[in-house]
Design a binder for this molecule. Structure first.
Ligand code: 3HC
Length: 321
């Protein structure tokens, strides 16, 4: 084989990329990648990061009202974990050339999305438990396969995130077990929260496969490993026995074990509702984005101070050398 000293042309680079994907090796930041792959990764990672950051709000709402010091400490730690997940993910997006300030700008101006689930209000303390159980449970179901996602920094970030999400789910389930062993009023609070969060949790997996514009290409690139409907089914199958153990009713009269399919059948998701929430018309979209924007604006002086300090430190270092 003759070696060329010329820069590799695009066909060779594409072949190398295709072979990396075919062999299930990781694509790393230094590697050549098609523009479409880079754009898709930035889109998904940014949306994921935004979801973690906006996702701090619904539960953050209960930190000051948690019923004991222990519950407050647990919730505070959990919400801080979500901030950490957002930071790893923004860092992963930066390895693709994205600018973090620009991503935040796009979020607050409605040019990038975040998960629909965080546009629902948290009306009772039981919502904290149900978010841990169902929302973090759905997140784990969706994200464990993403640990094998083809883009290295994303897949590696997901490994740590999934470990922490598992802990979040367990704390939610443990909180619900405690409430279900309490008074009738506490059990009613749990059931009310399950009634409100069950269907929105199923929507987290995205539109049905025949309406999912990105799935086919993302699976071909090894970014997604399963379709939206496959993961939604996995989540339903996982949740039904957990609900039985907990003693709550899932609000779906069509939910039934299908022996032939070896899966639970379930009712139709309200896709119009998902579409409205994604378009910004959910119960809390305006509030969530306004809160994020206010926090970002109020943090401007911290970013300015950190930038000035970094510049001063680097000038001092330069002066010494
Ligand atoms: N909420 C908001 N937007 C959604 C959505 C949802 N539940 N489901 C789909 N969408 C958007 C998609 O982003 C896409 O919009 P775009 O083309 O403008 O980006 C459009 O609807 C069509 O959907 P597709 O199925 O074609 O999109 P994807 O192939 O990207 O699949 C996804 C959607 C399954 C959410 C996928 O992007 C994914 O797996 N993302 C990574 C995980 C993630 O972001 N999870 C969010 C929750 S994180 C979390 O829950 C935090 C934890 O602390 C609980």
């Amino acid at each position: 084989m003759t070696m060329s000293l010329d820069a590799p042309d695009e066909t060779m680079l594409q072949q190398h990329f295709d072979s990396t994907i075919a062999h299930e090796h990781r694509v790393e930041p230094r590697d050549w990648m098609p523009d479409g792959y880079r754009k898709t990764m930035i889109r998904q990672i940014a949306q994921h990061a935004h979801s973690e950051i906006i996702g701090m709000q619904p539960e953050g709402n209960w930190i000051t009202r948690a019923p004991s010091l222990r519950r407050k400490a647990v919730l505070l730690a959990k919400v801080q974990d979500e901030a950490g997940h957002g930071m790893y993910l923004y860092s992963a997006a930066e390895t693709l050339g994205a600018d973090r300030a620009d991503l935040t700008d796009k979020l607050v101006h409605g040019q990038q999305k975040y998960s629909s689930i965080f546009n629902y209000p948290t009306l009772s303390y039981a919502d904290v438990g149900v978010i841990g159980w169902l929302v973090d449970g759905a997140a784990i179901c969706n994200q464990v396969p993403l640990c094998r996602s083809s883009y290295g920094p994303y897949g590696r970030a997901m490994i740590r995130i999934c470990k922490e999400e598992s802990f979040h789910q367990r704390q939610g389930y443990e909180l619900l077990m405690t409430m279900m062993a309490g008074t009738d009023a506490q059990r009613a609070m749990v059931q009310g929260a399950v009634d409100r969060f069950w269907w929105p949790s199923l929507m987290m997996f995205g539109p049905p496969d025949d309406a999912s514009v990105n799935t086919e290409q993302s699976m071909a690139w090894g970014i997604k490993r399963h379709t939206n409907d496959e993961l939604r089914q996995r989540f339903v199958d996982m949740s039904v026995p957990q609900a039985e153990k907990l003693g709550v009713r899932l609000p779906d009269p069509e939910l039934a074990w299908n022996d032939a399919r070896q899966h639970y059948d379930f009712g139709s998701v309200d896709w119009d509702e998902l579409s409205a929430v994604i378009k910004g018309n959910g119960p809390c979209n305006a509030q969530r984005v306004a809160h994020r924007k206010a926090a970002h604006d109020e943090g401007a002086w911290v970013r300015d101070a950190a930038t000035a300090y970094a510049a001063k430190t680097s000038r001092r270092l330069e002066a010494k050398t």
